[in-house]
Design a protein around this ligand. Structure first.
Ligand code: HAM
Length: 421
């Protein structure tokens, strides 16, 4: 037997309905917030992620599914959605003055070669949004607001929004220098990755998984102490907007995010539910004002976030939220003999054309067993066809909720059913 690859999963009937449900809610909410769907390829040129996500990130250094195609081009299965959306924004010149901001959403599989555990997969599905072309902090608040609204409207309660500012270029330069000065005396004690990070991108030292307990981590310089007046004012504005929207948050100056493109706003939403496990981050996002330019477009601000459906469904389960799915069939048609079965085939096809959800037996089961199946499928109505019904051109319709059984003429059947489902 061939098994599925480690870190992937099959989503079977019974669960796939939950996926469809949350996808529908996400799409509906995106439309309410006036975000429009964008679909980009699942693989891209490797260079996109090296430049977009950043050469010094764990994602690019350790986690990408990279391969050469038959023409020896280096391609990579996308580890996230933002770089692809920005590539498409630049390539399709979506930056025309009268069409800003471009508010886009996406939903699809992402791939990271990580050590699989609960809530961490090698193939996972992200819902994400990106708003390009506005540097107004009220759109940062909108992005955070959409994320919170999505979770809350699905019924999650134990949520914690953590925000931080990573500042503008000047703030980051000052912070970078402070980090180098702080960690340089401990360089020998840090892991070899961190020694390199200290050269190339000292901010990345702060989210090292190996050195996270090193004493120098505790009192490392915080970005919030290095914000320029402008960056500080931007962050204050964001907080004001969140307050106005009634969205609670905590500021955590240690939140740095795992991707290189961020500046100004960074945020994560955590689950505080009991039993959620060690990976408590449900989603994350932030502002990336340099990314469009980095990928060859005009200087354009942007902000977005992404969540994984796997962690969303885990949180719903841990909080005991039942989604309204798996409600059962509208109708099940039971036929008592071969001739009735012919009628059942005709009827089922006809009803389906009228948007009625209906099924029948395909195993030649006895009547009693067909009733059992109707029960198992949670059919609201059971339609019964026997010799007498055939002769009189009627069906018996039994309503499984109240047990009432009535004889219904074929010509009235569609409206009879529609009144009852
Ligand atoms: P990220 O923090 O790398 O950000 O991922 C966002 C979310 O994807 C995480 O919070 C988590 O829910 C989920 N996720 C990440 N890796 C895994 C995994 N291995 N298994 C299951 N779920 C996972 C980004 O991807 C950015 N592109 C977000 C963004 C959009 N920033 C701006 N715009």
């Amino acid at each position: 037997m061939i098994h599925l690859p480690r870190g992937t999963q099959d989503i079977l009937p019974g669960d796939s309905e939950k996926w469809q449900y949350v996808e529908d809610v996400f799409t509906t909410i995106c439309h309410q917030f006036n975000y429009k769907e964008i679909r980009t390829p699942i693989f891209e040129h490797t260079e996109l992620f090296q430049r977009g996500v950043g050469d010094t990130t764990d994602i690019v250094q350790k986690e990408m599914y990279t391969f050469n195609d038959r023409s020896d081009r280096s391609l990579t299965l996308r580890p996230e959605g933002t770089a692809s959306v920005v590539r498409s924004y630049v390539q399709n010149k979506l930056y025309g003055v009268n069409t800003q901001p471009q508010k886009l959403f996406y939903n699809g599989p992402m791939f990271r070669y990580e050590r699989p555990q609960q809530g961490r997969m090698r193939q996972f599905v992200q819902f994400g949004i990106e708003a390009l072309g506005s540097a107004d902090p009220s759109i940062d608040a909108e992005v955070i607001g959409l994320a919170m609204h999505l979770y809350q409207s699905l019924g999650l309660k134990s949520l914690r929004l953590v925000i931080n500012s990573l500042g503008d270029q000047e703030s980051r330069e000052a912070h970078r220098q402070a980090l180098v000065n702080h960690f340089k005396p401990h360089e020998e004690e840090l892991c070899s990755d961190c020694q390199q990070r200290l050269e190339k991108n000292p901010l990345r030292v702060l989210d090292c998984k190996k050195d996270k307990d090193h004493p120098a981590m505790q009192d490392a310089p915080k970005i919030l102490s290095y914000l320029t007046d402008e960056a500080s004012e931007y962050f204050n504005q964001l907080k004001k907007y969140l307050d106005a929207m009634g969205i609670d948050y905590v500021v955590d100056s240690n939140l740095v995010r795992g991707l290189d493109y961020y500046n100004h706003t960074a945020f994560e939403i955590m689950s505080d539910a009991d039993g959620f496990g060690s990976i408590s981050t449900l989603s994350g996002g932030g502002r990336y004002n340099g990314l469009v330019e980095e990928l060859g477009g005009p200087n354009t601000p942007g902000i977005g976030f992404a969540l994984s459906v796997e962690r969303l469904l885990m949180a719903l389960e841990v909080e005991g939220v039942e989604l309204p799915v798996n409600e059962g069939l509208d109708c099940y048609v039971i036929s008592m003999n071969d001739e009735a079965n012919l009628k059942a085939v005709e009827l089922v096809h006809e009803l389906r054309k009228h948007n009625i959800q209906v099924d029948k037996d395909y195993l030649g089961k006895k009547m009693k067993a067909q009733f059992k199946t109707a029960d198992r499928e949670k059919a609201t109505l059971v339609l019964i066809i026997g010799d007498e019904e055939l002769q009189q051109n009627v069906v018996q319709v039994k309503n499984m909720t109240d047990g009432i059984q009535e004889t219904v003429d074929h010509k009235d059947l569609v409206s009879y059913i529609k009144d009852r489902i």
